[in-house]
Design a protein around this ligand. Structure first.
Ligand SMILES: [Zn+2]
Length: 369
């Protein structure tokens, strides 16, 4: 009976556990001969080591894919290589690190009687089914149970030095595999957060760009509308003769109720007044603007050469003003400021009215827009 069992187990060991020997598990270790115990322990350790290498390589690939710390990957690779060397020594087989998972030792020993229990200091050990083949693709899915390196169980009877070395090497691989797995998971979480942040930033940038475009479009529309309005204003008085413009066709300004001008001239004088007030703290002083034909006749009668012949003055066209408050004298700060800034808004001192002109009038400004 004992001899038959021993022979049965020798056969099992020799063929590397290609078949289960369910009966042997029922025999107390103390009753199994020493040599058989040694062979059996080594066979179990060999099996676990092969599985450990498979899981380690899967996790190694996972870590490399998300680019974790290279030192961790190198440490795991070195420990895996060391374990593989021991495995070759223990079995005499050639290294086969890239074997097809479909023919893995896990599958081969699906009915093996060697339990895999986590007794080494592996962080957060998970009792994964040692018989389940590892699908490398599955580690990138939201699977609740990540692959865990199995461990060689503690010695239950006699064993040789190779078995002890395998146990130690498997434990080292288990620890490093766990470290790499945790790093990979942390890296995935960080990468996802970074991607989400980048997507958020891109969305905000796109929204800001759209808002800026909308604002630019609105501004362009407003500018076009304003240009059209000014063009219409410029044409608005062409049907009237000099000094014969009805008050309803003219516009006023915000800072002086007495001012009457062609509407585009009035609008720009308002703009000019804002800049003038910012500089001098007071509004432009407008002594005269539109002048009717009758007013021009009266002007000519009372001021003589200072007033143009009735029917020829730009006051009668609604585009001239006579200014005071210092602007009416050449060389004053106010006059110099006007000369520097008013032309930007198309308010100019005509050449005949300049200091060297034919009839110098520092106060007479005309809209040329
Ligand atoms: Zn004038």
């Amino acid at each position: 009976m004992v001899a038959a069992l021993a022979m049965s187990m020798c056969v099992m060991v020799t063929v590397s556990a290609t078949a289960g020997d369910g009966g042997s598990a029922l025999i107390p270790t103390a009753l199994v001969p020493g040599a058989v115990q040694v062979e059996r322990a080594r066979a179990g350790a060999v099996d676990v080591a092969a599985d450990a290498i498979e899981v380690a390589q899967t996790v190694q690939a996972e870590g490399a894919q998300v680019a974790i710390d290279a030192a961790q990957l190198e440490a795991l690779e070195a420990a895996t290589a060391r374990l593989d060397e021991l495995l070759v020594e223990a079995t005499g087989e050639e290294p086969d690190l890239d074997r097809d998972p479909a023919t893995s030792r896990s599958a081969e020993r699906a009915a093996a009687d060697v339990p895999a229990t986590a007794t080494a200091p592996v962080p957060a050990p998970v009792a994964a089914d040692p018989a389940a083949p590892i699908d490398p693709a599955s580690v990138f899915e939201q699977t609740p149970a990540p692959p865990t390196v199995p461990l060689v169980p503690p010695a239950a009877g006699k064993e040789d030095e190779t078995t002890a070395e395998l146990r130690e090497a498997v434990a080292a691989v288990a620890t490093l595999t766990s470290t790499v797995r945790q790093s990979a998971e942390a890296k995935r979480v960080a990468d996802a957060a970074a991607a989400a942040a980048a997507a958020q930033a891109a969305a905000e940038a796109a929204a800001a760009a759209a808002a800026a475009q909308a604002a630019a479009d609105a501004a362009a529309q407003a500018a076009a509308a304003q240009a059209a309005q000014r063009a219409a204003w410029k044409q608005s008085l062409l049907g009237y003769s000099n000094g014969k413009i009805p008050d309803s066709a003219l516009c006023g300004v915000s800072f002086d109720a007495s001012v009457r001008l062609r509407c585009d001239a009035a609008e720009q004088l308002d703009v000019l007044n804002v800049a003038y007030r910012a500089q001098f703290g007071s509004n432009l002083v407008v002594n005269d603007s539109y002048r009717s034909y009758a007013g021009q006749v009266a002007c000519k009668r009372t001021k003589g050469y200072l007033c143009a012949t009735p029917g020829t003055s730009n006051h009668g066209s609604g585009i001239a003003v006579d200014l005071g408050g210092g602007i009416d004298s050449f060389g004053t700060r106010q006059h110099r400021w006007m000369a520097a800034h008013a032309p930007d808004l198309h308010w100019d001192l005509p050449s005949w009215a300049t200091w060297g002109g034919s009839k110098p009038e520092a106060w007479h400004w005309e809209y040329t827009g």
